[in-house]
Design a protein around this ligand. Structure first.
Ligand SMILES: NC(=O)c1ccc[n+]([C@@H]2O[C@H](COP(=O)([O-])OP(=O)(O)OC[C@H]3O[C@@H](n4cnc5c(N)ncnc54)[C@H](O)[C@@H]3O)[C@@H](O)[C@H]2O)c1
Ligand SMILES: NC(=O)c1ccc[n+]([C@@H]2O[C@H](COP(=O)([O-])OP(=O)(O)OC[C@H]3O[C@@H](n4cnc5c(N)ncnc54)[C@H](O)[C@@H]3O)[C@@H](O)[C@H]2O)c1
Lengths: 206, 206
């Protein structure tokens, strides 16, 4: 079993490799790639060793070749279709963000319960659908990952509706732990957790 | 040295304890608190043991008492003042979020370089300051934590200006690794990392 921290680091290696490859760097040493990603080179080699042997002794890694390998491992050779639940402040910031497309993520549906929002068309051409119509919208525009930006109190109910409609991956921004069946994967983005961690380290520095 | 994952879990325990305490629950068992936070009770007891003995044998934990202890450990008994750099889509969503105040975080300053934004007053009464005036604004409205929501290409330069003005804690949303001196603490919020992790698990399920 691969540690979750290794998967997060793979994502960082792939992002850095794609920058290096755009800059025309053909070969990169494990020391350089590690330093650019804020890790040590032993950690980088250990992470990659879970998936096979990619380096060439005395040369390093072929940038494009390693990038392609990591993208395949992460499942990024295909484009992921996303659906957003809760088109409020945060939801709109996510829908307006142009970089998701470059990284292989595209919003194909957005849902809300507010009558003032349902039926509106966003800048990207996306219509805001009614939560009531989720089954019908998903059958027309299927998506693999649901992004939850509803108020905390609604998140559990919304995730159940999304799962019922066939969604198996959830990126949750609401500050609640979601109860989901075993075949559904949930990732949390929690800003306050990060702020509390800053508070701890700033308060406990000697 | 306390593992970073323990600090993140402490933050989750404190959030859940404050909900339980609001509901009037005087005492809570380690099993119940652990289950509500999505961890096992041995992990919870191990996390708390780093900081002392809080449970009462046969009873569990006094909810209000444990909450106060954890808040003190995390440095949450005081209100943290925040400054935001880059009042764009994401920055505005953060500035409009009412819940940060309830958790002890208040934005006292916001900076941008866009002449169309500088001088505007936000709904919360906050003025958008010019990045050029950072030293003068920070001396008037000091803050301990800088939140970076500028484009990735500017993040390193902005963090250096913030540190020069005396800021020691950074919450960074830009997808770059920041180089900072040893006495500055940085936390990253990276949505794409989480999406890539979802992609990995969804692509590798048997
Ligand atoms: N904005 C931030 O900076 C921030 C920070 C941390 C956490 N969060 C979390 O992100 C979530 C969204 O925050 P926000 O600031 O965008 O809130 P918001 O109130 O601006 O937006 C919430 C949206 O969800 C919609 N909604 C309500 N019930 C729904 C349902 N059952 N189904 C579908 N849509 C529904 C509302 O109509 C609204 O459009 C919250 O859970 C919040 O705690 C936000
Ligand atoms: N919006 C999202 O959903 C999202 C998702 C993931 C990551 N991010 C990251 O968050 C950051 C902000 O994203 P956004 O969508 O809000 O971008 P945005 O373009 O909407 O906002 C950026 C703001 O920063 C300001 N700015 C530019 N240079 C500056 C400088 N030197 N000092 C101060 N302010 C400056 C701009 O004037 C603008 O107001 C980016 O780094 C982005 O990669 C955003």
């Amino acid at each position: 079993k691969i540690p979750p921290a290794t998967i997060y680091r793979l994502s960082r290696y792939s992002r850095k490799l794609s920058l290096l490859s755009k800059e025309g760097l053909e070969v990169v040493s494990s020391e350089k790639l590690a330093a650019e990603c804020g890790v040590n080179s032993a950690q980088l080699r250990k992470d990659l060793a879970y998936f096979g042997e990619f380096g060439v002794r005395g040369v390093g890694y072929y940038t494009g070749h390693l990038l392609q390998h990591i993208k395949n491992i992460l499942g990024l050779e295909k484009e992921w279709r996303l659906g957003l639940f809760g088109v409020g402040n945060l939801g709109q910031a996510l829908l307006h963000y142009p970089n998701f497309i470059n990284q292989g993520y595209r919003f194909v549906a957005a849902f809300d319960v507010d009558p003032g929002k349902i039926g509106q068309t966003l800048g990207s051409g996306l219509d805001i659908s009614d939560m009531k119509d989720i089954a019908e919208v998903v059958s027309r525009e299927p998506f693999g990952i649901g992004v939850i930006t509803t108020p905390a109190g609604w998140a559990q109910q919304v995730v159940e509706l999304a799962i019922e409609a066939g969604v198996k991956g959830i990126l949750n921004f609401a500050p609640v732990i979601l109860r989901v069946p075993g075949d559904v994967v949930v990732e949390y983005v929690d800003f306050t957790l990060r702020l509390d961690s800053l508070s701890y380290y700033l308060s406990n520095r000697s």
